[in-house]
Design a protein around this ligand. Structure first.
Ligand SMILES: Cc1cc2nc3c(=O)[nH]c(=O)nc-3n(C[C@H](O)[C@H](O)[C@H](O)COP(=O)(O)O)c2cc1C
Ligand code: SF4
Ligand code: SF4
Length: 243
């Protein structure tokens, strides 16, 4: 069984591809009624985006409650460029036989302009090749570790990740412009159930996962975060691949 969490589709796509290639099943951890029992599972995988060189909170919470139950375990962290010690920290709460990072298009539009089309397409092609290699190892339950940690990984996954979870997950900079037509998709699709529609406009509760799905996938490009995101592009896997 492969459990995934995804904001803008990269990790969902990777999880589903791996499931097809290994004969497993892929399930979104958001919306599961309870943490599943893993008795009888031959292999358990976790696929998720890297946030500030760490695993997202819902993934860590889920992993803490998951029972390995004798299965072969693996995790894939999808990232724009580097994963830091995210996989090592995950392995401390859920023992992992194999760890991978998978470079995919960057969706962090709050931080900088996104990549151009050519870069996105090249990253997706390379990710597809790497997924085939990962799947070949998984089919044999062959332990492997291919994680691009990047420089100063300890510092980034320690102090910077702490700062992200403590301060950067506030929603106070999100707002919707007049381009919003009140379709409600942002509220329906928020994995943290942070958004409600009030008088036809989204309103954010105080904290969220910062997955950036609402901002990247609003059909009217109406959602902004502070001043920086207005001139920038948007990213969603579904613009490039069926999933
Ligand atoms: C809040 C946030 C933090 C991120 N931090 C990192 C990071 O530390 N390293 C990195 O390479 N990419 C980082 N990214 C980029 C994502 O990890 C990457 O685009 C990922 O594949 C998105 O997956 P998804 O489409 O399944 O949500 C970050 C993205 C977000 C939204
Ligand atoms: S998805 Fe966009 S257009 Fe639809 S309600 Fe949300 S902000 Fe408005
Ligand atoms: S409010 Fe937006 S960024 Fe935050 S968890 Fe919901 S969809 Fe993701």
């Amino acid at each position: 069984m492969i459990y995934y969490f995804s904001g803008t589709g990269n990790s969902r796509w990777a999880a589903r591809k791996l499931a097809v290639l290994t004969g497993d099943e892929a399930r979104d951890i958001i919306g599961l009624d309870a943490v599943p029992t893993c008795q009888g599972e031959a292999r358990i995988g976790l696929v998720f985006p890297i946030y500030a060189w760490g695993a997202p909170e819902p993934v860590l919470d889920f992993a803490r409650q998951l029972d390995k139950a004798g299965a072969f375990t693996f995790a894939v962290g999808t990232c724009g460029s580097e994963a830091g010690h995210a996989l090592k920290k995950l392995a401390a709460v859920f023992p992992l036989d194999s760890c991978y990072s998978l470079v995919m298009p960057n969706n962090y539009v709050i931080g900088s302009e996104l990549e151009d089309e050519a870069t996105v397409c090249a990253k997706l092609d390379a990710a597809e090749t790497e997924l085939a290699a990962i799947a070949a190892e998984l089919r044999e339950n062959k332990p492997a570790s291919r994680v691009h940690e990047g420089a100063l990984a300890g510092l980034k996954s320690g102090l910077a990740n702490f700062g992200f979870n403590r301060f950067a997950r506030s929603t106070k900079s999100f707002y919707a412009t007049d381009a919003c037509n009140g379709c409600g998709l942002c509220a329906q699709n928020c994995p943290a159930h942070t958004i409600t529609l009030t008088n036809g406009k989204p309103v954010w509760a105080a904290q969220c996962y910062q997955c950036l799905r609402c901002l990247n996938e609003c059909p009217q490009t109406a959602i902004q975060y502070g001043k920086a995101t207005e001139p920038r592009g948007r990213y969603s896997l579904r613009r490039y691949r069926a999933d």
